[in-house]
Design a protein around this ligand. Sequence first.
Ligand code: ZN
Length: 185
Amino acid sequence: MPDWIEQELAKRSEVYPTLDSRVALVVEFSRLNIEHKTGGPFAAGVFELASGRLVSLGVNRVVASCVSSAHAEFTALSLAQQRLGSFDLGGPGLPDHELVVNWRPCAMCFGAVIWSGVRSLALAGSGSAVEEITGFDEGPLVDDWIGELNNRGIKVADNLAREAACEVFRAFRDSNQLVYNARRG
Ligand SMILES: [Zn+2]
């Protein structure tokens, strides 16, 4: 992660008791990531579900790290798993964890959410707005993606800060930064 992340986190609380405060944090960091020009307009955080303690915060680092999987969800989940010493965030002896993202996971990150062990996914928004505003291709997702997550014991909360997230996407569009995409079918 870029250096500014720890500097910004040091100014803020370590605990986010409400869902609104968790979503506001990740939307704010998606904005900071484009202001610092350190990646795409995406941020994600892993929180302890009950207490709201922030375990990790990740941003999109695809271009800077030369790694196509360095989406915000991947970076946040990987950091949390390494910090907790467990590839399964729902493993024995661990509290339940929640992944909070500033938009619906793409085709790749949808799978990553399932494999991560989180019990809850909270989103600022979902749908085609991100593609319409920025030109990013989120890839093919199953229609009933919420149902598929629910079937695996992962609760989903959506549309928690849709307009704030879209405002960041519009700022990204207007900044003329690189839009990296998979090869479209
Ligand atoms: Zn993704």
